[in-house]
Design a protein around this ligand. Sequence first.
Ligand SMILES: Cc1cc2nc3c(=O)[nH]c(=O)nc-3n(C[C@H](O)[C@H](O)[C@H](O)COP(=O)(O)OP(=O)(O)OC[C@H]3O[C@@H](n4cnc5c(N)ncnc54)[C@H](O)[C@@H]3O)c2cc1C
Length: 293
Amino acid sequence: MKASAFSYARASSVGNALELLVVHGENAKVLSGGQSLMPAMNLRLISPEMIVDIGRLAELRGIAVTEDVVRIGALTRHADLARSPEIAAHAPLLTQAVGHVAHPAIRNRGTIGGSLAHADPASELPACMVALGATIVVGGPHGERRIAAADFFTGIYQTALTAQELLTAVELPVLPKESAHFFDEFARRHGDYAMVGLAAQAIVRGEVLADFRPVFFAVGDRPVLARAASGLLNRPVTPALLSDALAELAAELEPEGDQQASVSMRRHLAKLLLVRCVAALLGRPGLAAGASG
Ligand SMILES: Cc1cc2nc3c(=O)[nH]c(=O)nc-3n(C[C@H](O)[C@H](O)[C@H](O)COP(=O)(O)OP(=O)(O)OC[C@H]3O[C@@H](n4cnc5c(N)ncnc54)[C@H](O)[C@@H]3O)c2cc1C
């Protein structure tokens, strides 16, 4: 199938893109890498009347590190994230996660801004943003807005963006010393969307988790920061404590079943990922064997 007829405008600057979005509002769609937008249009899941192509706006591309922030332009491609020494040094969670996003051809064109604006609940990068405590930077007709990643994702393919706004960048706080991360997902094949995944950022002090942000994806309508983690903070994690956290996790997750995995399978895989995560962060592989969930 081919997309319905549409008008096309290549934005010459961020300001020009915003002007076009103000004029065309709900009838317009922003085009970045096109890896989600074009398939959706070709399948006629959506039929925007106007495409605003921001793909050549160099001002939206690139990674910059200051004393306390890593700023990533919205048009930075998945492949650029994967090979960036700055990201490897300051947000290794992202380096690891991006290798699970689709396939090389898609990673060569798909962008971080497109992935976050698309807000697929099975996507890796939105969960990473919540785990990393990122700020999403948005340009609009009334200037710039800055939105905490935890508030940005509002439902399946839904975000806090309005039709007249453009995601321009994300900012990650530079991680404190003793930071550790974990990423893993279950997918039918490498590169497929996850059945269940977990992106976690932590501070490990001695033998305890001083901070822990485990964010699950593909188990709800948006990334889920598990409340179950709070019981594991600032004390030695015993198998019994971990079992309690697993029971709490199963109660708080509300996954949907589909052709990939049933509800109970998703809950089971999420528990498995939490056990692996805590065992890996604390360097205690034996913990996985002791916990029952
Ligand atoms: C076969 C296949 C497998 C895939 N597997 C995965 C996977 O495993 N994990 C995963 O996370 N993704 C996966 N994807 C999606 C892919 O990663 C896309 O690259 C990404 O979701 C969107 O980035 P993009 O730059 O191509 O955005 P586009 O397709 O250009 O845009 C996506 C949406 O975001 C909007 N948008 C884009 N940029 C902006 C902006 N700056 N401001 C406001 N709105 C904007 C568009 O209007 C559109 O609605 C897969 C895609 C395909 C085709």
